[in-house]
Design a protein. Structure first.
Length: 210
């Protein structure tokens, strides 16, 4: 299997206008990934599936990731004049990461016995710009997994053949896998409430029942 950097170059050469970013993974697994822009996502996925040297014909899993807004501090080297002499000094600067959601696709070739290749699609934010193109048309096995991400994270997959909730009931208004999700305090529907759940449920019982 070619490296992720080589794969990035191949995609950009094969799919006109595709914007691909290399995402480094510094963990021991070193499973680097490719961030694909929305407009080219289906074309890139089709190329990865159909290219005879890649044949990434199997999407093993699709996962959602919630990235709330965050501020990070990092050290940078800048040039400053100190006592009349220009020196390179180290400063701590703050960087703001805007909030967004991600869908992450893990791809393998069953035919050529190679992989994984990891693709990322990223929304514009966590509130209004939450649409991504569905890749179910390329890998049929994505259907239920994209539905699960829609249900639990709130990503809307445009072009999905049957986008509806798969775990939560119709009318449920929130997304339980988001990091700012707040559990409801009323557990009266819990048939076997115990421990902390029982204590929460008691708050909603009539006084004479408590």
């Amino acid at each position: 299997m070619i490296t992720v950097e080589q794969l990035k170059s191949r995609i950009e050469a094969a799919v006109a206008g595709a914007r691909i970013d290399f995402i480094h993974n510094g963990s021991p697994s070193a499973q680097h990934s490719l961030l694909v822009d929305h407009q080219a996502a289906v074309a890139v996925a089709t190329f990865l599936r159909d290219d005879p040297q890649l044949r990434l014909d199997y999407c093993s899993n699709v996962t959602g990731v919630d990235w709330p807004e965050a501020v990070f501090k990092e050290k940078v080297k800048v040039k400053k004049v100190v006592d009349g002499i220009e020196k390179e000094v180290e400063e701590v600067v703050e960087r703001k990461r805007p909030a967004y959601l991600e869908a992450v696709y893990h791809l393998y070739s069953m035919e050529l016995k190679q992989g994984p290749v990891i693709l990322r699609l990223r929304t514009g934010d966590r509130t209004d710009a939450v649409h991504l193109p569905s890749l179910t048309r390329v890998w049929r096995g994505c259907e239920f997994q994209e539905r699960e991400i829609y249900d639990l994270y709130g990503i809307v997959f445009d072009g999905h053949p049957d986008l509806r909730r798969i775990l939560m009931w119709d009318g449920f208004l929130d997304y339980p896998m988001r990091k700012d999700y707040v559990e409801p305090d009323d557990y009266e529907y819990e048939p076997t409430a115990h421990d902390e759940v029982l204590e929460r449920a008691k708050r909603h019982l009539p006084q004479e029942v408590k």
